[in-house]
Design a protein around this ligand. Structure first.
Ligand code: NI
Length: 404
């Protein structure tokens, strides 16, 4: 193994000496979860900590969420670090010793681990400001769960003034063990699209079908045909998901009235633009043609909601070195068909980005439940690793970008 740089040694020492402080903040944040765009106390808490360490709070008119700026001792590139801060409407049932104090709200996706890690990273970077050639922008982003927080930050031009040269983010992962961090080249999380179907027929007496045009039979045929887009139109080497998750027709439990209309809602997940546009086209063809064949009128609203979270290959070596520098084990993960609004930062700008998964699985400690489960529990030692990985990402990126 390559010898540790002086910077990495210092970061590791700081991780060790301040771990208890990092964990105090994690426990506090875990106990005080807040819903998307309502993260008021969380925002005040983050502002207070950053200010304490001499990090400037950027005044961009945010109600919730914080953008902080740390200027290093010397000029250099600007690196952005992002963490999301919102919680979910879930009632906690985990075995953690310090459960949520906000009834019905829980950090069930572990965004508290991201905040605690980024606060730890900020504390390390502020303490090592003399060794920093460049600046760091801290993006504590609200409302990731609504896929709206990153959009809001982009509207506020969060990657400008100063112009960001590279951005890093992370999500915890209960799929990989504590002590590991996933470092993946290319697509890590899927593009997320929303599909809204309307099938219009002519309702009437369910016992006298010849007088009606039944949109339910047409909808059933559309549901069946939609499955063939993945099995017959998508290359076996590519991956895609089409799930119709919500079908609405008729009133209450009425059993003898054919309705005028069926509404259906679903989600599409893809990793490549070509596959995504093909699915958009095929679902339109299927909806319109099958509806017409059944005498109905069918329309599809296909909404591109989130782009793929795709790691920039130019940052792979930086990310790998950051993880090993922080003393964690890099692993090559299987991508997820979950989505992440981190993709807003990279797909709507020319800034290269890299997204990590921070391992939090520890079965002995009951840390094995998936995201959004009421039993979700993150393994505490992941926080120092997250903090170190954030801090090292800055030092490694500054070095790589300065060399160029
Ligand atoms: Ni999440």
């Amino acid at each position: 193994m390559a010898e540790l740089t002086a910077v990495a040694q210092k970061v590791r020492q700081y991780m060790k000496e301040h771990e208890e402080e990092f964990l105090e903040r994690f426990r506090h944040l875990h106990q005080h979860p807040e819903m998307s765009f309502q993260e008021y106390e969380t925002t005040a808490y983050i502002r207070e900590k950053l200010t304490e360490w001499g990090i400037e709070i950027m005044d961009v008119g945010l109600e919730t969420g914080v953008i902080g700026l740390l200027r290093g001792a010397k000029e250099g590139p600007c690196i952005a670090l992002r963490a999301d801060i919102d919680a979910l409407p879930v009632t906690e049932e985990s075995t953690i010793g310090y459960p949520s104090l906000n009834k019905g709200v829980m950090h069930a996706c572990g965004h508290d681990t991201h905040m605690a890690s980024l606060l730890g990273g900020a504390q390390i970077l502020a303490a090592m400001r003399d060794e920093l050639c460049g600046s760091v922008k801290f993006l504590f982003q609200p409302a990731e769960e609504l896929n709206l927080g990153a959009k809001k930050f982009m509207e506020l031009k969060c990657l400008e003034n100063p112009k960001v040269d590279a951005i890093f983010g992370m999500h915890n992962s209960p799929e990989i063990p504590t002590g590991t961090v996933a470092v993946k080249n290319g697509p890590l999380m899927a593009a997320v699209d929303r599909i809204n179907f309307t099938i219009k027929g002519k309702g009437g007496h369910g016992g006298i079908p010849q007088r009606n045009v039944d949109p339910i039979v047409a909808a059933a045929a559309i549901i069946q045909a939609a499955q063939t887009v993945v099995s017959r139109n998508t290359s076996p080497i590519d991956s895609a998901v089409i799930s119709i998750c919500n079908v609405k027709a008729g009133e209450g439990t009425t059993n003898n009235v054919t309705p005028d209309e069926v509404k259906m809602y679903g989600t599409v997940r893809t990793y490549r633009k070509e596959v995504e546009t093909m699915i958009d086209r095929r679902l339109h063809e299927i909806t319109e043609s099958i509806s017409a064949a059944y005498g109905c009128e069918g329309s599809l609203e296909y909404i591109y909601e989130l782009a793929v979270t795709e790691n920039n290959p130019t940052l792979y070596d930086v990310a790998y070195a950051a993880v090993t520098g922080a003393g964690a084990q890099p692993v090559d993960p299987v991508p997820s068909t979950g989505g992440e609004d981190f993709s807003e930062y990279t797909s709507k700008s020319d800034v290269p980005g890299f997204f990590y998964w921070l391992g939090t699985r520890n079965e002995e400690n009951d840390c094995r439940y998936s995201w959004h489960s009421p039993h979700f529990k993150a393994d505490e030692p992941c926080i120092a690793i997250g903090a170190g990985t954030y801090a090292m990402s800055v030092f490694e990126a500054v070095e790589a970008l300065t060399k160029k």
